[in-house]
Design a protein around this ligand. Sequence first.
Ligand SMILES: Cc1cc2nc3c(=O)[nH]c(=O)nc-3n(C[C@H](O)[C@H](O)[C@H](O)COP(=O)(O)OP(=O)(O)OC[C@H]3O[C@@H](n4cnc5c(N)ncnc54)[C@H](O)[C@@H]3O)c2cc1C
Ligand code: SF4
Length: 504
Amino acid sequence: MTSESIDKNRGFIDVQRQGIPERDAAVRIGDYRQIYRAEDEAELRQQGARCMDCGVPFCQSDAGCPIDNLIPEWNDLVFQGRWREAYERLARTNNFPEWTGLICPAPCEDACVLGITSPPVTIKRIERAIIERAFDEGWVVATPPPVRTGKKVAIVGSGPAGLTAADQLNRAGHSVTVFERDDRIGGLLMYGIPNPKLEKSLVDRRIDLLAAEGIEFRVNLDVGTDVDGAELRRDYDAILLACGALQARDLPIPGRELAGVHRAMEYLHGVTKSLLDSSFEDRRFIDAHDKQVIIIGGGDTGADCIATALRQGCRSLLNITRREHEPEERDNRHPWPGDPGTFAMDYSHVEGEAVFGRDPREYGILPLEFVGEDGRVTGVKIERLRWEEGGVAAPRMVRTGDVTTLPADLVFLSIGFVGHDTPKIVEQLGVRTDAGLVPAQWSRFVTSDPQVFVAGDMRRGASLIVWAMAEGRGAAREIDRLLMGSTKLKAPMPHPIEPTGILS
Ligand SMILES: Cc1cc2nc3c(=O)[nH]c(=O)nc-3n(C[C@H](O)[C@H](O)[C@H](O)COP(=O)(O)OP(=O)(O)OC[C@H]3O[C@@H](n4cnc5c(N)ncnc54)[C@H](O)[C@@H]3O)c2cc1C
Ligand code: SF4
């Protein structure tokens, strides 16, 4: 079937969903290159035909895309082969579609109306194809602002929140300096998410453009230690804190001090840095080669540890979590159009199955103690849990007394983040904090200090890159309003119900 022969009114019936094409799992674990294969234009245009151009497009609702991407418009333009216009629509709302198109979990697809009865439109795949086509065609070029306002903004932290705000404020003509304590720009895009999931050349490609447009990047500077809050106040008209929520949750059970028990970020950061610095020649990373590896906790971080340990050639691999196994279908606790909460295989679970013949995840396991010999971990003592149905309430976890020790030479803790890890700058600026986060006025992103703004994980808690970008756009709009008295910068509609990070 060619796209020309498709009746768009029936595309959602006649065309089956095809996700992003990936390289064979057994092959790709032999390298650190990206897991995706090249795209096929004809197939992409057919996928665009599956979009029903809904009168009320839930993909753009509160439950859908947090940056209000104009999804049905660019789906249709791709179906028609009008790629340049599709790119222009996409660039209106999304500063960095090459990142969201690869690693966003796509709440838009969970909310897609077609998803009620069939597999949803492959929105993320189309988004990524549009931006990669735009780069290939040379449509994405540095465009410095024609006029400078003379106002200066300091942004602390170069993750997706800081970079999005920097891009927006620079476009508005302000002089923007981004401070980063790491040696490379990108935040978790650079040193959290591994190369196979997001190749670092795709981060650098965009940073080079932003620098060419006039944004100043200053690396290896810990703000609060190497530069202090008073200096920022003196030298800049506004300050944006975008430092993430990088304080990892710990697991203070007996044996935590044993060698071989690490926080996941120590592992992931070291492996990517060594890859980029020296293609692993420097050996400055934790090596899971021939080791029995246990990862405690799931989520993106756990999945990324699995992918990394597999590439290093671990001897065995287990990813344990206290949680119950997810259902195959949406249940009453996960109504459409929100997160379906269903069982899904991430890229590394597929890879684990290819290597060991089974998904490395095991559910309903409570870690009790790290056991060891001569100061090194040799295992994790665990208790198996059972789940009791709670009627309308969530099921209850029940201990069973079934205790055993799982062998381990390396353990990675991937049990979430509790807040930011940079108290000095927060204290120096004297802004209010709340439970490890820096709250702001709802939809204004301004902290308890009118010159200081906050965006991303540092305000809302550990979240997603698309939310960090949404907040970066929102904070930029409010900073521009402060500096100029009014603003033309666009930002997504703020979410009506914010769970955290609001100044009371
Ligand atoms: C392993 C892992 C995998 C993930 N995978 C995904 C995924 O697949 N999809 C997804 O959507 N989300 C994913 N996430 C979540 C996502 O990466 C974050 O929500 C997002 O990066 C938050 O952006 P941010 O800009 O707020 O902060 P960050 O990306 O955390 O950036 C904050 C930056 O601030 C810098 N900084 C902090 N304090 C200072 C200081 N005092 N001075 C100078 N610099 C400072 C830090 O070094 C860091 O570079 C993942 C997270 C992790 C940990
Ligand atoms: S909800 Fe799905 S089908 Fe409807 S407009 Fe959005 S992407 Fe297209």
